[in-house]
Structures are given as C-alpha cells and as structure tokens.
Design a protein around this ligand. Structure first.
Ligand SMILES: Nc1ncnc2c1ncn2[C@@H]1O[C@H](COP(=O)(O)OP(=O)(O)OP(=O)(O)O)[C@@H](O)[C@H]1O
Length: 222
C-alpha cells in the first residue's frame, strides 16, 4: 500500500545543510494502523508531510499503491492527493465561516457528485462520528474533540485509501483523546482505511497495530 525507499531529507539554513531524515525504508500494508513515534524534533512531521505529498524529499521514492508520488508533477500530485489521501491535523484546520457539513464536503469541491449526494454523504459521515445533530452549526460552536471528529469525517469523504494524522489528539484532554482514538480504530476496522498516525506519546502509539520509532531521523521497526 505505502512503500518508502531510501528516503533522505535535509533543510537548508543559509549555507548550512541540516539533515533531518536518513535512508528511511518502510512498508505499510492496506488496512494497517501504524504509529510513527518519536521525541520532538526527531523528524516525524517531516516524514509524514513527505509521505502525504505535501513536499518532495531530497532523495528516495514514495510509492502509494504502484505510483511514486515523488515523481509526479504538481498538478497530478494535487489531484492524486485529493482522491487517495486524507489528512488529519492537530489543530483541526476547519474553515470558521462554513458549517460543519460544508467543512466535511470541502474535499469534494472538484468532484462531479451532485449537491444532494454530497449532502447525503457528508451527513452519513457525520453520523459515523456521532455529530449528525451538529451539521448546521459552525466550528466555533463545537468543543475541541467535536471539531477533531469533524476533521476525521472530512478526511474520509473522498474515500481515501490512506489517512495521515499528525498528533490528532495533541490538543485534547485524556478522555477526549481516548474517544478520538476509539473512533479512528473503529473506522480502521470497518472501512479498512490505512492510518499512519504521528505521536510523541507511547500510550497513543500503544493503541495502534504497529509502532515505528523515529530517532534522530532514522527508523527503528518494532
Ligand atoms: N522548513 C524547515 N526548515 C528548516 N528546518 C526544519 C523545517 N521543518 C522542520 N525543520 C527541522 O527538522 C527537525 C524535525 O522536525 P519535525 O517537525 O519533522 O519533527 P517532529 O518529530 O515532528 O517534532 P515535533 O514532535 O516537535 O512536531 C527539527 O529539528 C526542525 O527544526
């Protein structure tokens, strides 16, 4: 499903080259739920952003299915990302002046689905995260945990084969964190969606099917 081959990345700071990731090799199967664990600064977000196609690595290949996303041009990559990749952010990233339902529908903006089918689909997903009754409210009227549930519904609307989540429970209290993780686990079981979840918390990682540890930009598979 996802294969990373000999991936290395660095940032430039003036004339200085700051290495971030070294020779990463990694394979994740369809339907797996994987934690990417590491301390702050170990390179987790950089690796996630590379795998989600938000930026290009200095070296290496990233296959999602049989497509190397590193070699895609920007237009194709944007389209590919829209159709096949979902993303959940720590800070939810909802649009404040759109309703909850409109936020969930947003990834379908370039889609050919009719308005009524979009509405039906978004309401169905809001039901899945137990928020159907909040569909016509606005993000500011919801708690942090509820906003994250909206962003989970939004990440699923284009039926992506893989969802990347960067510290999805980072802004939430422990009880809400457990609720969100339970929802992700249920969706993983029911929809067979592949999840890659970045966390610096061993307890969160322990809830996933597999843990990959990143240390100083290199991987430890456990
Ligand atoms: N755009 C950038 N330019 C230069 N350096 C960067 C850039 N983005 C990240 N870095 C550096 O790369 C290293 C890894 O950052 P990254 O955000 O991937 O780590 P992380 O493990 O996700 O950390 P955290 O848990 O704190 O988010 C850090 O030292 C960071 O300062």
């Amino acid at each position: 499903m996802l294969r990373v081959e000999d991936l290395s990345h660095f940032f430039r700071k003036g004339k200085e080259v700051v290495p971030i990731l070294h020779d990463i090799n990694l394979e994740i199967g369809q339907g797996e739920m994987v934690a990417l664990l590491g301390i702050s600064g170990s390179g987790k977000s950089t690796l996630l952003n590379l795998m989600a196609g938000f930026m290009k690595p200095e070296k290496g290949k990233i296959y999602i299915g049989d497509q190397d996303i590193v070699r895609m041009n920007e237009n194709r990559l944007a389209e590919y990302r829209r159709k096949h990749i979902g993303f959940i952010f720590q800070s939810y990233e909802l649009i404040p002046n759109l309703t909850i339902r409109e936020n969930v529908e947003l990834p379908l903006v370039f889609h050919t689905l009719s308005e009524s089918r979009r509405k039906k689909k978004s309401l169905l997903l809001l039901e899945q995260v137990d928020l159907a009754d909040k569909a016509e409210m606005y993000p500011s009227q919801l708690s942090g945990g509820q906003q994250q549930r909206v962003s989970i519904a939004r990440s699923l609307i284009s039926e992506p084969s893989i969802i990347f989540a960067d510290e999805p429970t980072g802004n939430l209290d422990t009880q809400t964190e457990e609720e969100i993780l339970a929802i992700l686990q249920r969706l993983n079981m029911e929809m067979k969606t592949t999840f890659v979840i970045v966390t610096h918390e061993a307890e969160v990682a322990g809830e996933m099917g597999r843990i990959i540890t990143l240390k100083n930009g290199s991987l430890n598979h456990t």
